[in-house]
Write a protein that binds this ligand. Structure first.
Ligand SMILES: [Mg+2]
Length: 327
């Protein structure tokens, strides 16, 4: 079994790889992907062109918010400030506290199809919460960025902080419950549970929460499909396209459970479909990387992905914070 350090690095690196694999085909139908890349679809990262997108950018800013937090109760507020720094990298002239490491890295100022809900809610100058929702959005921009909270916290806290972090920009329950669920799944995997146990535990946990039915039902369907003989593409299509939170999480959970020992094929499945390929790739990569650790990630993919140095730096610091905070 992978060691904790390898799992934490794997979670961040895996997410970035899934994002970079899916980004070129984010807005392509499956037919168009096949026409462009051949029968197997996109199945490799192109040397020098494995660009990460907003999913990894925001995940890194989530990590930065965590790393600048000295008292856990303030973590969501600090992540909000980090997201304002991310907004400023996207060409919006807003006053920010220039702390941290990321805002000074010009590579992170690239615009890679940032999500509308993230941009508009952060531009509003208000921080959304579960009690005071900023909008009624359930886009997958809430869930695709919260994996570092699963690294930081034990499962129950990861769930709460994951939801609150998504609710900064996504006010619909299906915008934030998938984020709580993803952070909890990652936390459980880091604690030593296998992927199936982590998903089943999280489904049971969701049952106790009001308004979580949509997220719960999609997770149940993903779990069931992964045990059936249904073809991969057909199964993914039946779960939706992943533009909304509960579908993105369900597609990622399905691909992870279906290919649970096979990082490469889980990611290839996660990006070759009609929907939001980079987000479903990123979330699948977070889960698979946490479960399998860096040693099961194809070496070439690890080298090729953009910002590998920054991703490793944030993983190293998160590992230290995890050891400090995981109580
Ligand atoms: Mg993206």
């Amino acid at each position: 079994m992978a060691r904790e350090k390898e799992k934490i690095y794997g979670c961040l690196l895996g997410g970035a790889i899934g994002d970079a694999l899916g980004y070129p085909v984010e807005f392509m139908s499956h037919n168009r992907i096949i026409e462009t890349y051949g029968d197997e679809g996109i199945n490799d990262l192109e040397k020098g062109k494995a660009f990460i997108s907003d999913d990894t950018q925001m995940t890194l800013f989530t990590a930065e918010g965590i790393l600048l937090t000295t008292s856990k109760e303030r973590v969501v507020d600090n992540i909000y400030l980090a997201y304002l720094r991310w907004l400023s990298t996207q060409g919006y002239n807003i006053p920010v506290v220039e702390e941290g490491w990321l805002i000074h890295d010009n590579r992170l100022h690239a615009r890679r199809a940032p999500g509308n809900s993230c941009i508009s809610s952060l531009q509003s100058g208000k921080m959304g919460t579960i009690v005071n929702p900023i909008n009624n959005s359930k886009g997958c921009g809430g869930v695709m960025r919260v994996a570092p909270l699963g690294v930081l916290c034990p499962p129950d806290e990861a769930f709460t902080y994951g939801m609150e972090t998504a609710a900064i920009t996504h006010g619909h329950p299906s915008g934030y419950y998938p984020a709580g669920a993803l952070a909890r799944i990652i936390s459980l995997i880091l604690k030593g549970e296998n992927m199936v146990q982590a998903v089943e535990d999280t489904m049971n946990f969701l049952k106790e929460h009001e308004d979580s039915e949509e997220t719960l039902h999609m997770l149940q369907r993903a779990h069931r499909l992964s045990q059936e003989e249904t073809g991969t593409l057909e199964a993914i299509n039946s779960l939706g396209q992943g533009w909304v939170g509960e579908e993105a999480l369900a597609i990622a959970v399905y691909c992870s459970l279906k290919f649970k020992d096979d990082f490469k094929n889980a990611l290839i499945a996660a990006v070759n479909h009609d929907g939001d390929s980079d987000s479903t790739g990123a979330i699948t990569g977070n889960i698979m990387g946490a479960a399998l650790g860096t040693e099961k990630i194809p070496e070439q993919w690890g080298y090729r992905v953009e910002l590998r140095d920054k991703i490793n730096m944030m993983a190293e610091r998160l590992l230290y914070k995890h050891e400090l905070y995981y109580i």
